[in-house]
Design a protein around this ligand. Sequence first.
Ligand code: ZN
Length: 115
Amino acid sequence: MDHIVSKAALSRRNIIPDVICQLCSHNEENANHILKYFNSSTSLWYAITSWCKLPSITTTNILELLDLPDSWPFQPRKRKLIRAVFLITLWSIWKARNDKSLNDNQKSVRDLWER
Ligand SMILES: [Zn+2]
């Protein structure tokens, strides 16, 4: 997960000293925080699982999230579709984070959901 250029990853490489998330100003900005545990991310994951009629997501990190469809009793084609939805969701969250960081353009969960 260190491949995602979060503040924590940049700090470990001695590029920046500050690791606090600029979206919530409370937590370390690492990949799991951005993609899963930040408030807007959590709301979006809830909307996605409700929309797809999936069990709630209880994983603790992103890699486990991507493996989760394999543990559900769905046909292989549906598992593949769910994984694709998860990847698109991760990409949307990452783009929204970058838009806020680089352009100071805050996206709401509704904005992300409607894309
Ligand atoms: Zn945050």
